[in-house]
Design a protein around this ligand. Structure first.
Ligand code: FAD
Ligand code: UDP
Length: 376
């Protein structure tokens, strides 16, 4: 006789939403996590009253009213609006690219002046690309991130705010990266520093861990428990398994390892420093600074503590054993994932969900949407 209806492997957002939905239906769930805390990558750790985003800055944003109301029914969200600042060789620029950025870059004061300057910068690049495409006998279209960025915003912005940041982040030349990466960055002719276009945005007051705890409710949780170290014993406890870990690991990497882009953080508590950089996120867009950005966690919640905690974020090439962060959706990995997915589809009692099991870059609201849909 099994003890639980569901064994949920992983206490991240996907596992926590699944637990909530299933409990609501009267099902019993046991959650496990190999880490010594709940929350997966959205976990926030309280350091001197500051909620530190341990696995990277997490800003909740969505246009889905149902998802927004869902998360707000568990915790209160503040009015945080992401508006990162870029530091290029000591000079500061607002992001995303908007009237403030254009003023800081060129001194233009009106949208008409900004458009004229952008067009002048773009015209040169578009002409170059046109000549290149004609020479190669191909249709006029940017073939990589560099061409995309140059024809979208011109040389000044590309060189000061895009090129080095992107190359540090991805560890590859912009000429070797796909153009779609940059397409999602807004270009605005208003003085609006809001990084996202979504209707709703904020940070849970008191940190994300509270949201996860509220979702999990009274379900039993076993931490520091790796599924694969106790697989037989754990699966025997439940009728079905919801697996939110890496899909290739589930199948013992039989077709090979899926690759990730990874980041790591150097986190420091600065005692007696009340305000280090005046903003939650500052991007370093030069080539010389080794990190891509500095996060000052207290600003996510308008903290007034006497100390501060900062994290320098670095990018690095992923190797087996590293923390998997961003899936690499290139041809090789997409093909490999399809092979694992085909195996997963044949499982009767195992449900695969979340960013690692579906090998997909999911923002938080998308993970919630997906889990709500799967366990409706
Ligand atoms: P996870 O949070 O990874 O949870 C999976 C859990 O499973 C983990 O706790 C893991 O320990 C556990 N697990 C895995 N294998 C096993 C095993 N064998 N045994 C036991 N437990 C196991 N989204 C946004 O909307 N806004 C942002 O600003 C944002 N910023 C991000 C910044 C970074 C650096 C990264 C990497 C992601 C960011 N995201 C952001 C995306 C967000 O982190 C994800 O959408 C979300 O965390 C996915 O939840 P999940 O449950 O699918 O995965
Ligand atoms: N980007 C950039 N300069 C910046 C911020 C972003 O060139 O200061 C580019 C970079 O190529 C990055 C992409 O925009 O990969 C998307 O940025 P975002 O911050 O959305 O990426 P994330 O860190 O969430 O992957």
């Amino acid at each position: 006789m099994t003890k639980y209806d569901y064994l949920i492997v992983g206490t991240g957002l996907f596992g926590a939403v699944a637990a909530h939905q299933l409990t609501k239906k009267g099902k019993t769930c046991l959650l496990i996590d190999k880490r010594d805390h709940i929350g997966g990558n959205v976990y926030t750790e309280n350091v001197k009253g500051i909620n530190v985003h341990k696995y990277g800055a997490h800003i909740f944003h969505t246009s889905n009213k149902e998802v927004w109301q869902f998360v707000n029914s568990f915790v209160e969200f503040n009015r945080y609006t992401n508006s990162p600042v870029a530091n290029y060789k000591g000079k500061l620029y607002n992001l995303p690219f908007n009237m403030n950025t254009f003023y800081q870059m060129w001194g233009v004061k009106t949208p008409a002046e900004a458009v004229a300057k952008l067009n002048e910068q773009k015209a040169e690049e578009c002409a170059k690309l046109k000549a290149k495409c004609e020479k190669e006998g191909v249709a006029y279209e940017p073939s990589n991130l560099e061409e995309q960025a140059l024809t979208l915003v011109g040389k000044d912005i590309y060189e000061k705010l895009i090129k080095n940041y992107t190359e540090k982040q991805w560890g590859r030349k912009c000429t070797e990266l796909p153009s779609f990466i940059i397409k999602r960055l807004p270009v605005r002719l208003t003085f609006d520093n809001n990084y996202f276009n979504d209707k709703y945005q904020g940070i849970p007051e008191g940190g994300y861990t509270q949201l996860i705890q509220a979702l999990i409710g009274n379900c039993e949780v076993r931490l520091s428990t790796d599924f694969f170290e106790h697989k037989a014993e754990l699966t025997a406890l439940a009728d079905k398994v919801i697996y939110t870990g890496e899909i290739d690991r589930y199948y013992d990497y039989r077709f090979g390892h899926l690759q990730y882009r990874t980041v790591y953080f150097e986190t420091e508590l600065l005692e007696g420093v009340e305000n280090y950089q005046g903003n939650a996120v500052v991007n370093y867009t030069d080539a010389e600074t080794p990190y891509t950005r500095i996060i000052e966690h207290k600003h996510f919640e308008y903290g007034t503590q006497p100390d501060t905690v900062i994290s320098k974020e670095y990018s690095k090439e992923w190797q087996p054993g590293d923390e998997p962060y961003y899936p690499v959706n290139d041809a090789r990995n997409t093909e490999l994932y399809a092979q694992y997915k085909a195996l997963a589809a044949k499982e009767d009692n195992v449900i695969f969900g979340g960013r690692l099991a579906e090998y997909k870059y999911y923002d938080m609201h998308k993970v919630i949407e997906r889990a709500l849909e799967m366990f409706a």
